[in-house]
Design a binder for this molecule. Sequence first.
Ligand code: IPE
Ligand code: IPE
Ligand code: MG
Length: 241
Amino acid sequence: MKDEFILSKPINHLAVIMDGNGRWAKKHGLPRTLGHKEGCKRIIEIFDLCKKYNIKVFTLYAFSTENWNRPKDEIACLFNYLEDFFNKNIKRFIKEGVKVKHMGDPSRLPIKTQTILKDAIERTKDCKNYVFNICLNYGSRQEITKVVKNIAEEVKANKISIDDIDDSYVYKHLDSGDLPEVDLLIRTSGESRLSNFLLYQLAYAEFIFTLTYWPDFKEKEFVSCLKEYCSRERRFGAIKE
Ligand code: IPE
Ligand code: IPE
Ligand code: MG
């Protein structure tokens, strides 16, 4: 019988660190780039599952500020696959009301990627049903540093006083300031670290680190993560009887 699992706790915002493309390729005797190709196929599948489980916001870590340390041809291939991803899915996003968002500094991305991303953001700017948030050339420390500088400028220009700065003021200044709190973070491939991802935003998220490489991360595995999430007790510092 088909899995009719229903989330007993809603997930408003899911964040995913897609990891293990390279090791998946190696395991299959393929070049790393083919791992990225296969990995890029999982992105839309997992995003479709988010819709099925009423998860409105999906944030994907696809390229970090540190990933520039990789070979140029691997980087170029990855961005090609991501461009293909947007070219293939943009019409569907518009039809389904999916707003495309980008976090990270776009200026260092390949020009073609910048153009495709800008176009996708522009064409979906009024979409309200879901958010597909892609982090490319994203680093959380850089994001936080930018927030600190922006707020310091506001103080310097006498737009606000220091007393106006509280947690929610800082949150709103993050690139994700318009998104709900992250409920669940999933990282594939067995690495148990954040690698400079959403350091501020994940303060109270549930973390799931799965051994599966991203290209093997399909519905069964995804649903078992959702089940694991539903079994967790989120206390937010309080006591539950
Ligand atoms: C994730 O897979 C994709 C990116 C980081 C861009 P990796 O390329 O990191 O795969 P592994 O970790 O080397 O297996
Ligand atoms: C983190 O994965 C970045 C992305 C998934 C985009 P990495 O594979 O680059 O992280 P490390 O090097 O293992 O920490
Ligand atoms: Mg990796």
